[in-house]
Design a protein around this ligand. Sequence first.
Ligand SMILES: NC(=O)c1ccc[n+]([C@@H]2O[C@H](COP(=O)([O-])OP(=O)(O)OC[C@H]3O[C@@H](n4cnc5c(N)ncnc54)[C@H](OP(=O)(O)O)[C@@H]3O)[C@@H](O)[C@H]2O)c1
Length: 326
Amino acid sequence: MRAVRCVNYGEPSGLNVETLDEPVPGPGEVLVAVEAAGLGYVDALFVRGTYQVKMPLPFIPGNEIAGTIEAVGEGVPGDLIGSRVMALSNRGALAEKLAIPAAICTSIPDGMSAEAAAGFLVSYCTALYGLENCGALKAGETVLVLGAAGGVGMAAIDVAKAMGARVIAAASSEDKRAAAKAHGADMVLDYSLPEWRKALDALTEKRGVNVVYDPVGGAYSETAFRCLAPGGRHLVVGFANGEIPKLPLNLALLKRASLVGVDWGGEIRANPRANGPLLTKLTQWVVDGKIHPEPAASFPLAEAGAVLQRLLDRNMVGKPVIRVNA
Ligand SMILES: NC(=O)c1ccc[n+]([C@@H]2O[C@H](COP(=O)([O-])OP(=O)(O)OC[C@H]3O[C@@H](n4cnc5c(N)ncnc54)[C@H](OP(=O)(O)O)[C@@H]3O)[C@@H](O)[C@H]2O)c1
């Protein structure tokens, strides 16, 4: 099978397609013919070896897949063969075949493409868990999404709109802001400008925002916290900017505001049943056309390293998906 493998930590642009042996499904496992793999910023950090936890070498990057079950291991019903599934594995997505536990596979809703399914689970579950469970977002409230044209940000726009919120999308370039607008944002903001808080004041008529969805960190976070309306919630989702911000806590007191950590992966590891209701709601929203998880762009397997590099270089618009069989 064709696969992209990381044998040494380093720049993702150095990754190449290799030919490797196909895995064999063990007891309780299925063999998935992978059609598409979703990539995120964290996958690029694993390849560079700079994520907080190091992935043991060698490894095949990527943990979001969509494809078709081709074979089953001992104890798995044979009638699953031919099912279209999406799943989150620990690694191994950038390969034509992947053996994973049958229990972690979810059916792809009718009408959803493999590319949309591959980019769906992490970004959309994080968005719904963050905005609903952690942020208690209500219809009619205003959400500021930072890094809005990234994979996590785009999903947050979509989910916040489905929840009836007004969305302000912050992104650093014209093409990113255009993509965020096309994905449903009501208003866009250039947060690369030093005075971006004034621009946000103008957009909200100085009322501020109810929720900040923050997968970026760095200096953006404190400014965003200062943009909260009284009773606002700042959702800490990630640190794509690289710098972990510090916050003067008097701001939380003055605004009666909350700072809430959003760790969707940690939540479902601690409480595996927590994801069922999120997934049920999200897949129904897909069927009803309430959310639109089609990725902005997809790429052939040979470009996977370049795509991961573009995530690190802040040079990607939307959630990138790899067409593994292309
Ligand atoms: N909490 C959770 O459960 C959870 C789940 C999934 C992911 N995450 C985290 O969410 C974060 C975003 O992931 P993602 O896959 O959406 O990444 P992404 O697609 O690369 O988007 C991140 C965005 O951050 C902005 N950014 C600002 N400074 C940057 C810098 N120095 N380098 C790169 N990007 C920068 C970029 O937008 P602009 O250029 O417009 O600023 C970029 O679009 C990551 O830290 C990831 O680990 C958290």
